[in-house]
Write a protein that binds this ligand. Sequence first.
Ligand SMILES: [Mg+2]
Length: 187
Amino acid sequence: MHYFFEYPLTFLKIFIIIIIESERGKHTEREVIVMTNKTLVFDMDGTIADLYGVEGWLDDLHNENTRPYAVAKPLYDMEVLNTLVNELKACGWRIVVNTWLAKNATKTYDDAVRTTKKEWLAKWGFPYDEIHLTKYGKTKANATRHLGGYQILVDDNATIRKGWTLGNTIDANEDIIIALMELLINE
Ligand SMILES: [Mg+2]
């Protein structure tokens, strides 16, 4: 018990790996094909990247400085999150990132933010198949509607989740690791 309190993340990782291993191989090839048109759409700011936890983030955005996007800490242990996302990919889920650019930004700043956000994802190894970096306020469903199938949006913004018409949503104000584990277990 002593060790559990000292290394809670290690124990969480072991727990997740046990679940993933026990789930592996449950599906026949045909089932995997049937399940392929499923998409998980991840927001970034406030969902996987702690932009709002960066001191002075709003001032920097107003001044068109990309610093907060670059230095934002992940909201989760990325080793755990990436493992789960990769397992979901292996179960046929398409992984999409759909994130807004800064409010009232110039074209130059939008381009700089696009680059910085992609660098952030690469730095933390987040696995995705497709990315949409859209103007602030754009309806998120428009970017992936053409993919069809069943789509789940993972987003911290209640208004955006309310406007999601392509399937279900996961509230990223709650622990998304738990929600993703449930998704994997139900596969
Ligand atoms: Mg957000």
